[in-house]
Write a protein that binds this ligand. Structure first.
Ligand SMILES: NC(=O)c1ccc[n+]([C@@H]2O[C@H](COP(=O)([O-])OP(=O)(O)OC[C@H]3O[C@@H](n4cnc5c(N)ncnc54)[C@H](O)[C@@H]3O)[C@@H](O)[C@H]2O)c1
Length: 450
């Protein structure tokens, strides 16, 4: 067996990187805190304090290390599966937040599981539509977790079961509870399973810009069980495939080919949970594992977005501005962003025309959108770009664009002229398609209208 070792060493990206220089200091004290005083088993930390010796100033540097595990499993809530019982038995209870639809479908088996293991369950059902991704929902969750609710302790992992909306808001509530309370994520949608679930980025939406408020707080354990996909609306399965395409285009050519060859069947069978095709089931697990590994290889090792060379921001540069403006499903907004990005990359000479066409064709073959007239609103696109530059920090735009199938680079500046020309080319390309680049079920339906 050969072991491949890849090491990620994020280089200093800016000239004025402000690293501490402890060599000049007169007094340095290092703290490597003893294990027995740990607040919780998942986090460790080290610190250093260095005094200049003038009796007036000193510098501190501290780092904390967290452990986050991801497992692809089957039958999470089957009583024969000891995984969750082993975590919660010794804590004497399980505090859980469960998506409303998931509770309707799986509530009985979740309750049955904890009953079978004789573990008291305190469960909050939370409606988690995109329109519920608000600070108010985070407040409600905090009420449940806090002193007036379950009074969750700092080392007691909250169980979160649901889709990407719930993982974002519940993850944020956990981050705020006691400033950092661990949580275990069971992602029940494709998006939550391979992307939002294990993601360190917890958040809520702002008024005009998605995901604008949040903190970095990954689950300590992410459990992925594709059996949940069986009950998903096919529109949500499709939506999740957008995020897998993102990982394939920027990082994994094998995954891209798997999607080209099996994507449609995986969509129709909800990742081989319908139809009993065992060969396809293996491919489904392979696709999920590859997507997760690619995602966490980059996002998990750059847990706090300390660096902006993030392949998985592909399709997410302009879309956070236009997605809420026209109420697109997240996956469709991302594929429009990716398809446009492919056209832009081709115009900039980064990508071959055949590769651009393969990317756009893969999205289309799965019924995902590749165009929307909102792209023609140049002011909105430039505003999105400006917002993104601010969000991504120092200097550049850091827009990942493909340089081939399975690789990418980062555009630091896209002038309004280049942007406008690429939009026009993309429009010409897509309006020639029979459906003008529209996808199936591309708009959000859960707009909070009762
Ligand atoms: N934090 C991140 O890094 C990150 C990454 C990607 C996406 N996101 C966010 O994720 C959100 C989209 O997540 P999503 O696509 O999971 O949507 P979602 O959470 O809205 O879930 C979709 C619908 O499916 C229902 N549902 C969930 N599981 C089900 C199941 N097993 N069977 C039947 N119905 C089920 C939900 O109740 C909901 O109505 C967006 O807000 C997006 O911004 C975050």
């Amino acid at each position: 067996m050969s072991i491949v070792q890849e090491k990620f060493q994020f280089p200093s990206k800016t000239e004025n990187d402000n690293q501490f220089n402890f060599s000049d200091c007169e007094q340095i004290i290092e703290f490597d805190h003893p294990t027995k005083y740990r607040t919780s088993e998942w986090y460790t930390g080290q610190g250093k304090i260095a005094a200049q010796g003038d009796g007036r100033s000193f510098e501190i540097s501290a780092s904390y290390t967290l452990k986050a595990e991801v497992k692809v499993v089957e039958g999470i809530f089957e009583s024969s599966n000891p995984l969750l019982a082993d975590v919660y038995r010794r804590r004497g209870r399980c505090v859980a937040i469960v998506d409303q639809t998931v509770e309707e479908i799986y509530g009985e088996s979740i309750r049955g599981y904890f009953q079978a293991h004789d573990i008291p369950l305190e469960l909050m059902v939370c409606r988690a539509w995109e329109s519920d991704k608000t600070p108010e929902t985070v407040h409600r969750l905090l009420h449940f977790l806090g002193k007036d609710g379950c009074d969750v302790s700092r080392n007691e992992p909250v169980l979160v079961v649901g889709g990407g909306v719930l993982s974002d808001v519940a993850g944020l509530a956990c981050a705020l509870q006691h400033r950092r309370t661990p949580y275990i994520m069971v992602g029940t949608t494709v998006v939550a399973a391979i992307d939002a679930g294990p993601s360190p980025r917890t958040c809520t939406n702002g008024k005009q810009f998605k995901n604008s408020m949040g903190v970095y707080h990954p689950p300590v354990l992410t459990l992925v069980d594709r059996n949940f996909f069986r009950t998903l609306d096919i529109g949500h399965v499709r939506n999740g495939m957008a995020e897998i395409i993102k990982m394939a285009v920027t990082d994994d050519p094998v995954l891209f080919e798997l999607l080209e060859n099996y994507g449609s069947r995986l969509l129709e069978t909800h990742f081989a949970t319908l139809g009993g095709d065992s060969e396809l089931a293996e491919i489904a697990d392979d696709v999920i594992y590859r997507a997760l590994f690619s995602y966490m290889k980059h996002e998990g090792t750059n847990m706090f977005e300390t660096y902006q060379d993030r392949p998985h921001a592909y399709g997410h540069t302009w879309s956070p501005r236009f997605e809420p403006a026209v109420k697109l499903m997240h996956g469709h907004a991302v594929t429009i962003g990716m398809a446009f990005g492919a056209t832009l990359a081709q115009q900039m000479g980064w990508l071959k025309t055949t590769e651009r066409d393969r990317i756009i064709e893969l999205c289309r073959s799965l019924g995902l959108s590749v165009y929307h007239p909102i792209l023609e609103d140049i002011d909105l696109m430039l505003e999105g770009q400006k917002n993104m530059r601010r969000k991504r920090g120092e200097g550049g735009l850091w827009a990942p664009l493909p340089t081939g199938i399975g690789s990418c680079d980062y555009a630091q500046e896209v002038s309004s002229g280049v942007l406008e020309a690429a939009i026009e080319t993309h429009k010409q390309l897509c309006t020639a398609f029979p459906n003008q680049g529209n996808g199936q079920q591309m708009y959000l339906r859960d707009l909070g209208l009762e």
